[in-house]
Design a protein. Structure first.
Length: 599
C-alpha cells in the first residue's frame, strides 16, 4: 500500500512540473521529466547584494540541470556582482532563458572580465549550443581608464537561435574587443536593446559592439577550452530597433563614445569555409560613434559579405566629428563575389565624414561587388561637397537613386532677446564726464564671482559712471544673495574699468554695469606646448580661453578643423571650486578650445 501511495505522489509531482512549468524540488530526476521549468536565481543561491561573487554560483546553477530540458532563470531585482577571481567565463548550456525583472543588474567592476561562453565541442553549425534567450537583461561595467575597463562579453561559437530582447549593455565593452562575438553562428536576434559607451585602447578604436565573424579562435574574445573551430561564416543575423549611444557628461559633451555598431574586419586565410551572409541591420539608431579619422576608417565595416541589409536606420552626430567614411564594404579575396548589398531608407544626420559616407572597395584582384542598391537615403549636412557614394572601381552597375541631401540649418544665432536695462534709482540725468570710453563684447555665457565684501562697497549702475545719462541702479549690493554674475561686455573709461553683468544666465534678464574691482575671475596659467592632435568632438572655439577676464569671443567650432592640427600653447583654467580645464591654442585657426576635443 505504501508503494502505491509513493507512486501516486510521484505522478502528481510530475504533473505539477509539466503543467505549471515550475519546479519546487531540487531533484534532477523530476526536472528531466518536465517539459520546461523555472527557477528563481536567488532561491538557487545567487546574491543581489552587490558584494557576493555570483560567477561560480551561476555556473553551478547552469550545470545543475539536464540541458535537454528548457530552463528559465528568473533574475529578481537587485545588483548581482560578478568577478573573475575564480572563473573568467560562465559556460552556458542549451535551452536556457534568462528573464530579468526591472532593476535586476549584472554588474562587473575594477577591470574584471567575464565572458558568457557558448561552447562548441564539435565542428559544424550544430556543434555548439542552441536556444539561449536573454530578456530585459542589464550588463553594467565601469571604465576608470582603458587599462582598467571592466568587461562583459557574449562569445558565440556555432551557436544557434540566440536572442537578446530589450537588453542594456553599459560601460562593459572590452577596450580591445566587443560586447557580442557572433562566430560561425546563425539565427541570432538582437532587438530593442541599448549599447552605451565605448572606451577603447589606443589602436582598437575600430572595434564594433557586435562582431559578425567566422568560427575561428582568433575571432573569439574568449577562447573556450575544448572548442572546435572550422572557419564557418555566420549568417541569419538580425539586429533591429536597437540604440548605440554615448555616455555623456553632465555638461552634455561626450564622456565615452557610442560603440561602432556592427561589422567585421578580417577574412582569414586559414579555416575559411564561405562568406558571411544574410545580415540585417534595420531600424537602429547610432549617435556619436567614435570618430575614425583615417582614410579607410568607418563606423560600419564589412569585409567579404553578401546579402547585407542596412535599412531604415538613423546615424547621427551631435558632438562627435566625422570619420573618414561612415560605411565601408570591402572585398579582399579573388575567390569571393560580394553580392546583394543594400543601403536604403537611412537618415545620415550631421555626420560630415572626411572622405565619403559610403565606400565600396576592391583590393587588387579581388572578386566583383555586385547587386548594390543605395537608395532613398536622407542626408542632412552643412557641407554639400562630401561625396555620398564612391568606389575604387566603376559604379555604373550600381543602383544609386533618390538619395536626398538637405542643408543643415546652422544653429541660428537667435535674434538677441530684448534685454532689459537697469532702472535708475532717480530720474536725474548725469552729464558725460569720461574723456575715454572703449567697449569690448564677449560671449554672454562667461561669468565671474564677487570678491569678499564686494557687496558692501560696490554699486550697480545703469551705465558706466561718467557716460552720458549714467545713473545708479542700486548704491549697495548687500541685499543680493548672488555669488556670481554673467558677463557679456567690458569697458575701459576715464572712470575706470567696468563689466556689464546679469544675475541669471538668461540673456533677456536685466543688465547692470559694475566696477571691475568687485569681481574675481578664474585663474589661468599659460605655457608653450607643442603637439599634433586629431579633433574628435565638435567643441566651440574662442579668441581667448573661456572666462578670461578680457572676455573671449566665439570663432566657430572644431568641426571646421582638418583631421590633424598643431598645438603651440596650452592653458589651464582653474575654477573657483578648484576644478581644472585644459585648453589648446591652434595657430592655424587662431583659436583656443578645450583639450578634450582632441585625441
Amino acid at each position: 500500500m505504501k508503494k502505491v501511495i509513493k507512486y501516486i505522489a510521484a505522478l502528481l509531482l510530475l504533473g505539477a512540473a509539466t503543467g505549471a512549468g515550475i519546479v519546487t524540488s531540487n531533484s534532477k530526476q523530476n526536472v528531466e521529466a518536465a517539459t520546461s521549468f523555472t527557477v528563481n536565481a536567488q532561491h538557487q543561491g545567487m546574491k543581489a547584494d552587490d558584494k557576493t561573487d555570483n560567477t561560480p554560483i551561476l555556473q553551478k546553477l547552469l550545470d545543475k540541470y539536464n540541458s535537454d530540458t528548457p530552463m528559465t532563470i528568473h533574475i529578481t531585482k537587485g545588483t548581482y556582482l560578478f568577478k573573475d577571481s575564480e572563473l573568467n567565463a560562465i559556460k552556458l548550456r542549451s535551452n536556457v532563458t534568462f528573464n530579468f525583472d526591472k532593476g535586476a543588474i549584472f554588474q562587473i567592476r575594477g577591470g574584471d572580465r567575464i565572458a558568457f561562453a557558448y561552447p562548441s565541442p564539435e565542428d559544424g553549425y550544430n556543434g555548439g549550443i542552441k536556444n539561449v534567450t536573454w530578456n530585459n537583461a542589464t550588463f553594467k561595467g565601469t571604465h576608470p581608464s582603458a587599462n582598467t575597463q571592466s568587461v562583459f562579453v557574449q562569445s558565440l561559437n556555432h551557436a544557434v537561435t540566440v536572442n537578446f530582447n530589450k537588453c542594456t549593455f553599459t560601460n562593459a565593452e572590452s577596450p580591445t574587443g566587443h560586447y557580442i562575438d557572433i562566430c560561425g553562428s546563425h539565427n541570432i536576434h538582437i532587438k530593442n536593446s541599448t549599447f552605451n559607451g565605448f572606451y577603447p585602447k589606443k589602436g582598437y578604436e575600430y572595434k564594433e559592439a557586435i562582431q559578425v565573424d567566422y568560427s575561428n579562435s582568433k575571432a573569439m574574445s574568449y577562447k573556450n577550452s575544448g572548442d572546435s573551430y572550422d572557419g564557418l561564416p555566420s549568417y541569419n543575423v538580425y539586429i533591429s530597433n536597437n540604440k548605440f549611444l554615448p555616455i555623456n557628461k553632465a555638461s552634455g559633451t561626450i564622456k565615452s563614445y557610442a560603440p561602432n555598431p556592427v561589422g567585421e574586419h578580417v577574412v582569414y586565410t586559414k579555416l575559411f569555409n564561405g562568406t558571411i551572409h544574410d545580415v540585417y541591420f534595420k531600424g537602429n539608431t547610432v549617435q556619436d560613434a567614435k570618430p575614425l579619422r583615417e582614410e579607410d576608417g568607418a563606423n560600419l565595416h564589412f569585409v567579404a559579405v553578401s546579402n547585407l541589409y542596412i535599412e531604415n536606420n538613423t546615424f547621427e552626430n551631435k558632438h562627435a566629428l566625422g570619420s573618414g567614411n561612415y560605411i565601408r564594404l570591402y572585398n579582399t579575396r579573388s575567390d569571393i563575389q560580394m553580392d546583394n548589398l543594400n543601403i536604403k531608407n537611412n537618415k545620415f544626420v550631421n555626420l560630415n565624414p572626411g572622405n565619403r559616407y559610403v565606400y565600396f572597395e576592391k583590393d587588387g584582384e579581388a572578386g566583383d561587388i555586385t547587386g548594390v542598391d543605395v537608395s532613398n537615403n536622407q542626408i542632412t549636412s552643412s557641407k554639400k561637397s562630401i561625396s555620398f557614394v564612391s568606389a575604387n572601381f566603376s559604379t555604373d552597375g550600381m543602383t544609386i537613386d533618390s538619395n536626398k541631401v538637405s542643408t543643415a540649418k546652422a544653429t541660428a544665432t537667435a535674434k538677441a532677446a530684448k534685454q532689459k536695462t537697469a532702472t535708475p534709482i532717480n530720474s536725474k540725468k548725469n552729464k558725460k564726464t569720461n574723456k575715454v570710453e572703449k567697449y569690448y563684447a564677449g560671449l554672454a555665457s562667461q561669468y565671474a564671482y564677487f570678491k569678499t565684501n564686494a557687496k558692501k562697497t560696490y554699486a550697480l549702475y545703469t551705465h558706466i559712471k561718467g557716460s552720458k545719462n549714467w545713473n545708479y541702479a542700486t548704491k549697495k549690493l548687500k541685499a543680493s544673495k548672488a555669488t556670481h554674475v554673467y558677463i557679456d561686455m567690458r569697458a575701459e573709461a576715464t572712470s575706470g574699468n567696468w563689466y556689464r553683468v546679469r544675475f541669471t544666465s538668461s540673456t533677456s534678464s536685466i543688465r547692470y554695469w559694475i566696477k571691475a574691482g568687485s569681481l574675481s575671475f578664474n585663474k589661468i596659467t599659460y605655457e608653450d606646448y607643442s603637439k599634433t592632435v586629431t579633433p574628435l568632438q565638435s567643441y566651440p572655439t574662442y579668441t581667448k580661453v573661456f572666462n578670461d577676464s578680457t572676455l573671449a569671443k566665439s570663432v566657430g567650432t572644431t568641426a571646421s578643423f582638418p583631421s590633424s592640427v598643431n598645438v603651440t600653447r596650452r592653458a589651464v583654467r582653474t575654477a573657483h571650486n578648484g576644478k581644472q580645464t585644459t585648453y589648446y591654442y591652434i595657430p592655424a585657426q587662431k583659436a583656443w578650445t578645450r583639450a578634450s576635443a582632441f585625441f
